[in-house]
Design a protein around this ligand. Sequence first.
Ligand SMILES: Nc1nc2c(ncn2[C@@H]2O[C@H](COP(=O)(O)OP(=O)(O)OP(=O)(O)O)[C@@H](O)[C@H]2O)c(=O)[nH]1
Length: 847
Amino acid sequence: MAQAYFPSKVTSPNKELANLLSGERQLKVEDVQEAYVEQKDRLVNAIDATKSIMLDIQTFNKDEWIIRYPQYKEAIETVSPPSAPRRKSLRRSLTFVDDPVTETEVVVRKKMQRSVTVSPISEHTEEEEETDEDASSDFNVLRLDLKLGPNSTVTSLVSQLEKSSIANLLDERINASLNHVDKLRLRVEDTSSKVLVTGDLNAGKSTFVNALLRREVMPVDQQPCTTAFCEVHDAAENKGVEEVHIISQGHSYDVNDESSFTRASISDLEDIVGENEDNERIFKLYLADTRTPSESLLNNGVVDISLIDAPGLNRDSLKTTALFARQEEIDVVVFVVSAENHFTLSAREFLVNASKEKAYLFIVVNKFEQIKNKEKCRRLVLDQIKQLSPRTYENADDLVHFVDSAAALQPYTANPTFDDLESSLRSFVLVKRSKSKLHPVSTYLNNLLTDVELLAGANSIVANTELEQAKESLAQVKPVLERMKNGQESLEESLETLEEEGASGASSRSKLILAQALERVGQGKLGIDNSLVSLPSYPGIFGVWNFARDVRKALLASLDTAVKLAEDEARMITSAGVDRIKDLGEHHLPASVDRNRRVFMPEAMFSTVRKAGKGSTKNRRSLTVVAGGVHGLGIGLAQRPDMQEITFFDLFDVQHQFWLHFGDGQSDKATTADEESAAPTALGLASVGVGALTMVGGQAIGAKGLIEGIIRVSDLFGNETVRKWAAPVLGAVTIGMTAYLVLELPNSIPKTVGRRVRASVLRLHGDDDISFIDAHTFRISRETRKVLRLASWDLRGRFNGAMEERGKEVQAKEEIAKRATRAMEWFGELGRKSEEIRVNARLGSDA
Ligand SMILES: Nc1nc2c(ncn2[C@@H]2O[C@H](COP(=O)(O)OP(=O)(O)OP(=O)(O)O)[C@@H](O)[C@H]2O)c(=O)[nH]1
């Protein structure tokens, strides 16, 4: 026997019902009921579980991971030789709407009916190739309509559709599906089912309904009488009260809305139906069925069946009835035909149309008792049915019943044929309900879960790719960061040492050069042997004044040169330091970090124009002036007017000569910075010859001072004897010394000038309590330190910036890896959950 009511592809759970119908002639109503209830409960659970995972998807999409919407395209198959096994796997190229360019080749695998998994091609093995070609790789329910217009392409959409806006669209789609799932739940839980009873006039429809109800409720007449639709419901739906509700015309009926109907007593039904003969009205009858749920049709404990006694067909009401039969809420059409008359023309018309709509009809051949040649009648009727509704004919055992309704109404009389009809009808109603109410739900849930699995699979791949990328980046960046962290301290130390060494190196070199130069100048030699500066040659006694000035200039210039030399050395030290800092950068900075492209220009050192005044210290101002660097302000010692002045003492350093000849030879030490400020001593003055005086002119000592000096000298020689000898001795000594001094001038002037230059240079910073050497040393080492510090600051900045950047990158990548791992787990779990729902609810029927 064919599997009743279902196409051949039927699988569980409808298959169970179908098997029940097909396996045995005698339908086990309880089993059908049980199977129905079980399936209903499974579906309700599946609906709730699906709803819960859909809500989870929404939350996950909103809070943790922007769900990507995949598109699967047919992958280009490589041409395989004819001998090779035919590839049945669904190789698809996976792209995303927001990124249609990146394609991943995947395999869409069918796991169970209509359930699919998506995995990267790399995880695919040849053994798994035996995949059903039917495996869907497209969305059913969650399909996003991304077409904006006839000319829009996916690529043109990309600019308009960001990842997040697609996720929003998906969210909306999920909302819509959630609403639909809610409706499905109501539908599954709605236990009402309508059975329309119709047939030819006088075929015995009302009698049949009465027989089903086991009481005479419907008016039965020899004359055709029923013109109204009488819907019979269980009184439980009307709070247990038996009554008739006459539906007010133009109102939609609601059992709880008094205004939508008029009440009447059951006993008045005949009159009411009679009164409304010309109107096709609807009455609602509420009847209490006292039989047990297993016996009762109305009160069967599974679905609330309502019977609709429709008007006979061969009236004008044919169309109305036909329309009624087409209504979606009509689960089963029971056609009552009289065994005596068979099918009239209008009955045939109705049956052909109805069987197109409902495929299976339940046919009651009534008044069968009266037929003498029952077999012939049976054959004739079945032959007619075969033509009118072939499918009904195929299942005639269950769907075509030859009974006598009037006999069934006889109390206390066993009527197995009618009982059989009743069981069949109940099962048919349940199976039909399963098909009309449960099956669409099962299909929808299955489609939705398939979509969920496609989403989960695609997003798992995305998450996996992101994880791999993050891991790859981390594998590169993390060691760099570690290296930087470890190297930070040593870099810091190296830079400090470099700065320190540079500054102290420059300082000690400057100090040495300047000290040596000053020492030489003090001895009347050029501070530096340099072709640029040379000592003038002695022009003779009459040019002695200019000679002294030129010597002074030359010595000063040689000191300037020494300063320049010290600066040049500092430049070299700085340059070497900058190079070492560069090397440190090369060593410590990651390859991708930009190096300092600025070129160090040593000649730019010591050339800063300092603005004296604003915020500058006294010390700085004096340094500015003294900074004799040729590259400085151009005011070297040799250019300073105050240093050019030549005095008498540049020619004759009396005190020095005195100590040289009579003292302990320590005059050099005595030539302190105070020398010039000290007043000329009496002895000094006394030793000055007239010639010298004339040469000096009024330059240094006035006549008044000279006379005062002589008086003071004469005071020394207070004693008579001494006074007597003193004059000649003093005269001789004076003459001798003068001659000696004059002869010695070419040699002594440079020395005297040098000594005095040295002394005055050393005193230049007297106010600041700092010497010429120290001032320059300080300036030069400070400049060196400054340049080195700038370079090391730059490196430090780059290093710290790069380290911070790497730190952030590592953090970001770790975050991505964490999120991707979580997403992978989550989507994996989602796929598993979805599959579990599918398995538990036994979804996937193609019925
Ligand atoms: N012997 C016998 N008579 C029946 C049977 N069923 C109905 N009748 C009689 O047939 C006549 C018509 O019965 P109804 O039940 O009124 O028929 P109907 O199809 O409802 O009639 P309309 O509603 O007017 O179309 C009545 O006189 C019934 O007694 C049956 O099974 N056996």
